[in-house]
Design a protein around this ligand. Structure first.
Ligand code: CAA
Length: 378
């Protein structure tokens, strides 16, 4: 079993690390005040990160899936906001078109998404359809050469900022999950209304909006796959998406551990560094152990995906474990920093706020357990 990155992957990792340290770190304060990092996204496009695993013929960098996961992981060590923007853009904003789109759709949309000219988003969740994704209410009615969509979506990451949206809607109300279809929707489409921008606990700078579709006419040419294939497209791409969120969680878990470790070696109490007190040393040992285990699970799932192997179970396991580890490590990092950890002078309170959502979006920890239990009991 080979557990080392290739030379190309290592070069990419260094490039992303340097970019994150030099370009993203100075931007964090602005993101914390709520600014969406447009300039950073633009630079990521120039570096080839927005289409990292997209084939060259569609304008991408044609690197493997592991390289994409390395990018999300390394970006998230500095900023989970930038990590999640890239993860949503790639896994669930671009890949559905790459995997299910026809040639014309790929040429028209994937090329722009891969270059970073367009940002992608994914619209599945609705006010009444969160974990029970199949219970969505948005309807699409075919009229000649277009569909008319009516309905609303919530918690749309990259929403409002994105140019291209993968929207799920019911085309046949009598067919259950087989009556859901997927559409590529452009932001400028009349009837596409951007609503409330959520004020969140963390991930400040990442957009999370409500969307309403009012008699929105989408060309029939923008149907993704066939009618009724939407639920499969949604869940199939969430498998990949969950590895991205796991990588984002891993970034936070490692950042929290590293910050706590560094601080504990410097902070002296009772005549010695607090790292030398067993109560803190054991915390650091547990944080390091969990982060290392998360790392192996994330890259195991990524490696299966890179080889086009089934990875639904492994993706859910990685997401469940890495997101729990991100939260636990962030809680413990604040504890190691003590009173200072509760202030905005140190990054650990940001890790704490940014970690929580990892246990919720792209399938809550409870949903991951449902997916895993279905796999292990079938
Ligand atoms: N890939 C492809 N198809 C799949 C699949 C997968 N991973 N999982 C299930 N399916 C198919 C099934 O095969 C089945 O088709 P058949 O009838 O032909 O067999 C069909 O989908 C229905 O399957 P289930 O009966 O298992 O579906 P369900 O309604 O019981 O739901 C669930 C299963 C796992 C609970 C699912 O609803 C789910 O994952 N819910 C969580 C939703 C979620 O993750 N939302 C995230 C929103 S996106 C987001 O957060 C992005 C962001 O902005 C950050």
């Amino acid at each position: 079993m080979e557990l080392r990155f290739t030379e190309e992957q290592n070069m990419m990792r260094k490039m992303v690390r340097d970019f994150a340290r030099e370009e993203i770190t100075p931007f964090i304060e602005r993101m914390e005040k709520g600014e969406f990092p447009r300039e950073i996204v633009k630079k990521m496009g120039q570096l080839g990160l927005m289409g990292i695993s997209v084939p060259e013929k569609y304008g991408g960098s044609q690197m493997d899936f592991i390289s994409y996961i390395i990018a999300v992981h390394e970006l998230s060590k500095v900023s989970a906001v930038v990590g999640v923007i890239l993860s949503v853009h790639t896994s669930v904003g671009t890949n559905p078109i790459l995997y299910y789109g026809n040639e014309e759709q790929k040429q028209k949309y994937v090329t722009k998404l891969a270059s970073g000219e367009h940002l992608g988003a994914f619209c599945l969740t609705e006010p009444g359809a969160g974990s029970d994704a199949a219970s969505l209410k948005t309807k699409a009615v075919k009229k000649g050469d277009h569909y008319v969509l009516n309905g609303s979506k919530i918690f749309i990451t990259n929403g409002g900022e994105a140019d291209t949206y993968i929207v799920f809607a019911i085309t046949d109300p009598s067919a259950g999950t087989k009556g859901i279809s997927a559409f590529i929707v452009e932001k400028e489409t009349p009837g596409f209304i951007v609503g409330k921008d959520e004020e969140k606990m963390g991930l400040h700078g990442s957009r999370t909006v409500q969307l309403t579709f009012e008699d929105m006419r989408v060309p029939a040419a923008n149907l993704l796959g066939s009618e009724g294939e939407g639920f499969k497209i949604a869940l199939g791409n969430l498998d990949t998406g969950r590895i991205g969120i796991a990588a984002k969680s891993l970034g936070i878990a490692e950042a929290a551990y590293e910050a706590a470790c560094e601080y504990a070696k410097e902070r002296v109490q009772f005549g010695k560094p607090i790292a030398a007190h067993q109560g803190i040393g054991f915390k650091l040992a547990d944080m390091a152990t969990a982060a290392e285990a998360a790392r192996l699970l994330v890259y195991q799932a990524a490696s299966l995906r890179a080889q086009d192997q089934p990875c639904g179970k492994e993706a859910s396991i990685a997401k469940l474990f890495a997101s729990t580890t991100a939260m636990n490590n962030a809680i413990e990092a604040v504890q190691v920093f003590g009173g200072y950890g509760y202030t905005e002078d140190y990054p650990v309170e940001r890790y704490f706020r940014d970690a929580k959502i990892s246990e919720i979006y792209e399938g809550t920890s409870e949903i991951q357990r449902i997916v895993i239990s279905k796999h292990v009991t079938k």
